[in-house]
Design a protein around this ligand. Structure first.
Ligand code: ASP
Length: 337
């Protein structure tokens, strides 16, 4: 299933955001169960390194990351190079060039990156620069700061040699024009795109890095920033323990500091799968949670190279490249009925 068809029926309200998923049109149910079994029975506990995992179906991106790792490159280079594949892919309408714009027609990107030393860099509300993940890396490596926003982030990128360009492709512009016909501030708006690319890698030395990059929630309010560039929410890496990256409704991930939570649960001894499950349960078990109306998904890896993924709704998936196999694995999920 195309990851871009995963979330539909989004409602933006003045009080907040509610997202409903249309989970129809999905095929391959038998494969789905088999893969879940593989995920939950420990069949994935083959910890040969290096390995790469990423949110959604992004085999080209994981292949690029593995190419870097196989050549002896480090995990940081691998996740950056992997994410760049999706950022440059104009057909992908949730990341980088061709990302769907905010309600005013501006494509604004959020990204972050974190290395084995716990160093990190992030950009928020970045415009006109395709490779937000690489700008985030420059923030980490070339500034005393962790996060740059908006015009400051853009000017920094230009000073580092990034070429400004128009990120709104004809296809995304048309989708926005179509959305505008019905768009109202309060009523339900159907939105189809809602997916960050998050990538985690362990290199041959056993060191871990992670990155994530997104154009965020399609047709969001101007100025909105999600979880993806927020260290601890959208991404967290602890080289002693493991790493986690999130996708889905960023507001809910931020409220539970999701990726940090998953890593801390692994520190307490939970397997990555169980840690992802508990982080999702923190969201769905909140009093008055309207979790049936939005999606959150986590993927995680621990220092041993064990992996896990879990989401609220069905049809979230993880791409995993390990032991020469680059495969899409359907995630187990909470809402079974
Ligand atoms: N988490 C991202 C955000 O809220 C979007 C997504 O993953 O689909 O901006």
């Amino acid at each position: 299933m195309n990851r871009r068809k995963f979330i539909k029926n989004t409602a933006l309200t003045s009080a907040g955001i509610a997202i409903g998923s249309s989970l129809a049109n999905c095929k391959n149910k038998s494969t789905h169960s088999t893969e879940i079994n593989a995920l939950t029975t420990g069949a994935n506990v083959k910890s040969k390194l290096p390995l790469v995992i990423a949110t959604w179906s992004v085999k080209e991106a994981t292949a690029k990351a593995m190419e870097v790792l196989d050549a002896g490159g480090n995990a940081l280079d691998a996740v950056e190079q992997g994410c760049k594949i999706e950022e440059a892919n104009e057909k992908g309408q949730s990341v980088g060039k061709g990302g769907l714009p905010d309600r005013d027609g501006k494509v604004t990107l959020d990204a972050c990156i974190m290395d084995k030393h716990g160093n990190c860099g992030a950009v928020v509300y970045l415009q006109n620069i395709t490779h937000a993940v690489s700008v985030a890396r420059k923030v980490m490596e070339d500034t005393p700061h962790v996060m740059l926003a908006g015009e400051g982030a853009k000017q920094f990128a230009i000073s580092k040699g990034f070429e400004p360009e128009d990120l709104l492709t004809e296809a995304s512009k048309q989708a926005w024009e179509k959305w505008k016909v019905e768009a109202k501030y309060k009523p339900i708006i159907n939105i189809e795109n809602h997916d960050t690319i998050g990538m985690l890698a362990i290199d041959k030395n056993g060191d871990i890095s992670g990155a994530c990059t997104t154009s965020g929630l399609a047709y969001k309010m101007g100025g909105r920033v999600g979880d993806s560039p927020i260290i601890g929410s959208g991404l967290f890496v602890d080289n002693e323990i493991g790493a986690c990256v999130a996708t889905g409704l960023g507001e809910e991930v931020v409220k539970t500091v999701g990726s940090f939570l998953v890593v801390e649960l692994m520190r307490q001894g939970k397997a990555p799968q169980k840690a992802c499950e508990e982080a999702i349960s923190r969201i769905v078990n909140k009093p008055n949670s309207n979790y049936k109306d939005f999606q959150v998904g986590y993927i995680a890896v621990n220092k041993k190279g064990e992996t896990g993924s879990y989401s609220i709704h069905q049809w979230f998936s993880m791409t995993k490249f390990q032991n020469g196999v680059n495969e899409q694995i359907q995630s187990d999920y909470f809402l079974k009925t």
